[in-house]
Design a protein around this ligand. Structure first.
Ligand code: URA
Length: 438
């Protein structure tokens, strides 16, 4: 059946519910170019204001998932699962989590993104390992998942092309912040990987896409409902992003922290997220009977070297130097200048604002402002204190890893504004705010 785009736009503008056929026709036309950008932009704005009922979101998700190649896993020996974070500062959890989950008998075919704005991206972090190739084609991706149970690659041009075009349009038409559009965008890429289970980490706080708990809960509910309607097992956790996660921010620095986690060490918050999100992936796949059992299995894989062995195999299979697992500082690029920001008074660290620190990291060169920008793999920050810690005047709070003196000075000034020291204990978001299940 042929429709007219203008009538579909008008229906949504006037608050009517669209049929699945109308939505599928529109997305197919947008993908092949017969529906022009200006009509799709008008449609996105109509959805922004009017929203979508769950059936419409499900149809949009289905149409987007099938707009290009889809990956499927017939005859794979293991169940499949993936994890997605809505993004934050210092969030490197995918890197230790994927091999840890694979070491516990669930395959993780992970297609990740790059950093944009103040948040980092898994691909940029992995590319800081010399030789690591994130551009495997789907045949090589398939082979690697079948051989070692895990692969981490970037999106290909043929995977979910509708999202690539629509996201670019939303970005310049002020229509990113729409829950149905975000739901279809995030899930279409994950469902096209063909996984049976998905754990979503919806971040909350200044450094997150969703700044408050109410909007994060609404997104989490929409993600769980749409993913479940698409026949997948989905859980969404709401976790804190009012301060950075872990201690290392910046591409190579976050690989170094990930390797610490894979050695059974590392900051408590990064480990806790790895263990719980990974544990839930095992539970959703039936490999663990309870979340606690899943968490114990992941913790054991981190502590006994199985997760690290899987990461070593992953790095080697994707062309990286596996010696990074043993001596990350010999292998990863290092910034020439490391300068501490010293505490300017005695006090308790009350605030280390995730947004401000993320923006300072972008200015330092660790992130990008536009998709075409290059990132500097070596630069970033290492937190010597975290919110709630006590500092004496003159003690280091943060180490700035920079290329030049000018960059260092600018970063120290920005960090000074992002951090507060005071007499009272801080009011922080709990690391775990909520969980949404089907
Ligand atoms: N991330 C995505 O992939 N899509 C959105 O719409 C928002 C965040």
């Amino acid at each position: 059946m042929a429709y007219r785009a203008v009538e579909i736009i008008a229906s949504k503008r006037d608050g009517r519910t669209l049929s699945g056929d109308e939505i599928r026709w529109l997305i197919a036309g947008f993908t092949d170019g017969s529906v022009p950008d200006y009509q799709m932009a008008a449609f996105a704005m109509a959805v922004f204001w009017r929203g979508m009922v769950p059936d419409e979101t499900a149809a949009l998700l289905d149409a987007m998932e099938r707009s290009g190649d889809v990956v499927r896993w017939p005859n794979l020996a293991w169940p499949t699962a993936d994890k997605h974070s809505t993004g934050g500062v210092g969030d490197k959890v995918s890197i230790p989590l994927a091999p840890a989950v694979a070491a516990c008998g669930v395959a993780v075919p992970m297609i990740s993104g790059r950093g944009l704005g103040h948040t980092g991206g898994t691909l940029d972090k992995l590319e800081s390992i010399p030789g690591f190739n994130v551009h495997l084609d789907l045949a090589a991706f398939d082979q690697m998942v079948r051989q070692i149970g895990v692969s981490l690659i970037g999106q290909t041009d043929r995977l979910v092309p509708a999202d690539k075009k629509l996201y670019a349009l939303r970005d310049v038409t002020a229509t990113v912040e729409s829950i149905p559009l975000i739901t279809a965008s995030i899930l279409s890429k994950k469902l096209a990987e063909g996984v049976g289970a998905l754990v979503m980490d919806v971040k909350v706080g200044s450094g997150a896409f969703m700044k408050d708990r109410t909007s994060a809960l609404a997104l989490a509910r929409s993600l769980v409902d749409a993913g479940t309607a698409a026949g997948r097992k989905v859980t969404a956790f709401l976790t804190a992003m009012d301060r950075p996660l872990g201690t290392h921010i910046g591409n190579a620095l976050e690989i170094a922290e990930s390797i610490e986690i894979l050695h059974g060490r590392g900051p408590t918050d990064t480990r806790e997220l790895t263990v719980r999100l990974g544990g839930e992936m095992l539970r959703l796949c039936g490999v663990a009977t309870t979340l606690a059992a899943g968490e114990s299995a992941i913790a054991a894989a981190l502590d006994d070297g199985r997760a690290l062995a899987k990461f070593r195999a992953l790095v080697a299979a994707q062309g990286g130097d596996p010696h990074v697992c043993d001596a990350p500082h010999d292998v990863l690029p290092q910034a020439p200048l490391v300068t501490p920001l010293l505490a300017w008074q005695d006090g308790i660290v009350q605030r280390m604002d995730a947004w401000d620190i993320g923006v300072a990291a972008v200015h330092l060169g660790a992130g990008r402002n536009t998709a075409a920008d290059a990132v500097d793999p070596a630069v970033g920050f290492v937190l010597a204190k975290k919110p709630g810690d006590r500092a004496r005047a003159g003690e280091p709070l943060v180490y700035v890893h920079a290329r030049t003196e000018a960059q260092t000075r600018a970063a120290l000034t920005e960090l000074r504004g992002a951090i507060a020291l005071g007499a009272e204990a801080p009011t922080l978001l709990p690391l775990w705010l909520d969980v949404v299940t089907a």
